[in-house]
Structures are given as structure tokens and as C-alpha cells.
Design a protein around this ligand. Sequence first.
Ligand code: PXL
Length: 276
Amino acid sequence: MAYKRILTIQDISCLGQCSLTVALPILSACGLETCVLPSAVLSTHTGGFTGYTFRDLTDDMPEILTHWKKEQISFDGFYTGYLGSTKQIDYVKEVMNNVGKDTSVKIVDPAMADGGKLYPGFDEVFAEAMGSLCEEADIILPNITEACFITKSEYMEKYDEDYIEMLLEKLTEKSDKTVILTGVSFDDDSTGVMVFENKKKQYYKHQKITKGCHGTGDIFASVFAGSYMKGKDAYASAVIAADYVVDCIKETIGDESHWYGAKFEPVLGRLIEKLA
Ligand code: PXL
């Protein structure tokens, strides 16, 4: 298997077990050369902390790209997560179009919303820009809330397969792409991932442990990206990622003091074994 180089573009939340502090160790553990383009530095993530700092790194992006182009650097894959502004989304498109190869895979996690709401600091304009980044991707990994913002659909807490089908069709209306829709739950005890590829749906149902744990979307996307870049197909990668998230949540539940993230480190060994 060729040694592959992936570029992940998202923020550094110094504390909070999300974005780059999750993506970097997980992608490295998957056996990929992992390069980073930090979009911003925050003291913590924005989900539950107050008074966090936010240093926007947008202006560094074009300079970094210019240097990489001069050095003729290229990446086998791109994986984007939380981005700080619409201007940043434009730069991300430029990066993908300038330091990729014909075969480079573009994986976009439109990390911007959950539970029917956008994360703090985001608005409809940002959601629309994120939707346009999704149009340039080969694979997108939205949750249901993000899928609704991207497609301008009504968010529903309870739904059936027709509703999910409608979201998948709308997400692939303008450009053909693989959709990994997360948090798809048809009953109270289980949740799952719907993989939509070449108009074919495959559902992976798994245990629902709690209502949710912060940062699990980033863990899922990082494992998915790592596994896919290592040569597993989209469905197999989604299964590995979903099982890993369940392992992480099991490590974390019961520790009230650890409300801000999932303990993914103790189970990294299992992931490495799976992908070895
Ligand atoms: O987990 C997604 C995420 C990433 N980065 C920052 C966040 C969040 C979600 O709240 O606030 C800064």
C-alpha cells in the first residue's frame, strides 16, 4: 500500500477533544502522513464553554498555499472540518484545486450544526457557503441537521426512510458525490449511518448509548477519512468509524467531569489493529 499524504483543514481547539486535536492523532494512527492547515486557534471549542478565545488564521491561508505551490507539494487527500468564515471556505477551495492530484480525494465534514441548530457564530450565509464546498467534494459527512441547512429542508426530530431519502436526493442533486449521513435513527434504542453511493443506500445500525457526546462527529469523520484513504470502501469505513465512536462513548460515559469530549485515546490501539 502506497504511503499516502492527507491534508486536514480545521481549527485547533486547544482543549476540547475535537477538530485537529482529534484528527491529527487519529489520521496518524491510521498510518497516513498527516499535514494540517489550522483555520483558527480557540482556547476551547464553542459547545458549552463561555468566554473562549478565537484567533482567526484566515490571512495565513493564501501565504501557506503560495509556499506549498512553490515547493510543488501535493496531497493524496483532503479532509475538512470546522471552518471559521465564508472567506476561509473560498481559500479551502483554492487549496484543494491547487495542491491536489487528479486522483486526490476530497472529504468534507460540514461541521457547523447539530440538534437542529447551527453552532454559535454561524448563520445561513455561512451554511450556504459550506453547501457550496460540499458541491466540490467527493464525499460529504453531514449529520441530519447539517443536511437540512445545506438543502434548506425542514429539520425533523422523528422521521421515516422517505425523509432520509429526500435529504440524500437533494444532497446529490447538483453534483454526484458519496454521502455518509450520520445520526440516522429510526427507533429509540439504535442509531446508525446511511451510506449513499451511486444512488444506492446502505444502512449500518448500531447501539445508541447516550443522547450524544461532544466531538464524536469529528472522531467519526477522522476515522472515516483515515480508513478510506487506507483503501477501505465507503461502507466499510463508515462501519469502522461508527464502531470506534461507540467504543469512545463507552470509555467516556459515567465520568460527569468529562462532558466536553469523548475519551478516544484509550481505544486508539483497537483502531490501529483494525487497519493494520
Ligand atoms: O466538533 C466540532 C467543533 C469543532 N471546532 C469548534 C467547535 C466545534 C463544535 O462545537 O466549537 C471550535
